[in-house]
Design a protein around this ligand. Structure first.
Ligand SMILES: O=P(O)(O)OC[C@H]1O[C@H](OP(=O)(O)OP(=O)(O)O)[C@H](O)[C@@H]1O
Ligand SMILES: Nc1ncnc2[nH]cnc12
Length: 174
């Protein structure tokens, strides 16, 4: 399937969740079995040889493709959640994103220094969310970190927040 088909099916919602934001809605992609399979296969082919041991997905839209890919790769899935949702001991980071501020948490026993981690979310805007998640994962001294988005808003230059040593990959660019 041509990636342009997937790109064209992403729905633009003006002024959501606040005035001036053009929201990229991927529910229109996820509801198509064909498009979901295509995205899964692209991710699988890209990451299958990288020795990943865990996928860390960011609440809530990183919880859609993250576990699908983890299952296909035969590895585990770890949730990063908004503050107050994880039940056991956590560490946390606060951050600014395109439309507000927030705090995310991860369980203190979620990763070990033997892990090779793929951090996954649906969309890169300003990068505040993913930078905070990267900071959390770095605290575990894992072997290597990869970062993946389904969609990247190039004009917001969120990618600049990440060092040269980290591979940041997005499937679709606006
Ligand atoms: O690059 P940034 O400017 O930080 O923005 C990107 C983040 O914003 C969205 O999540 P949101 O916080 O809206 O939460 P949700 O997934 O629960 O809807 C998106 O899924 C990313 O996590
Ligand atoms: N413009 C946007 N569309 C969808 N999700 C977002 N998260 C941050 N900015 C966004």
């Amino acid at each position: 399937m041509d990636l342009e088909v997937i790109k064209l099916s992403i729905r633009d919602v003006p002024d959501f969740p606040s005035k001036g934001i053009l929201f990229k809605d991927l529910t229109t992609v996820f509801k198509s079995g064909e498009q979901l399979k295509e995205l899964t296969n692209i991710l699988y082919e890209h990451y299958k040889g990288k020795g990943l041991t865990k996928i860390v997905g960011i609440e809530s839209r990183g919880f859609i493709m993250g576990p699908i890919l983890a299952e296909k790769l035969g590895i585990g899935f770890v949730p990063v959640r908004k503050k107050g949702k994880l039940p056991a001991d956590t560490i946390e980071e606060s951050y600014e994103k395109e439309y507000g501020i927030d705090t995310i948490q991860i369980h203190t026993d979620a990763l070990t220094e033997n892990d090779v981690v793929l951090l996954h979310d649906d969309l890169l805007a300003t990068g505040g969310t993913m930078k905070a998640a990267e900071n959390l994962v770095k605290k575990f001294n894992v072997k290597k970190i990869y970062i993946n988005f389904l969609v990247e808003l190039d004009f917001l230059e969120g990618r600049k927040l990440f060092g040269e040593e980290i591979e940041v990959d997005s499937i679709i660019h606006f």
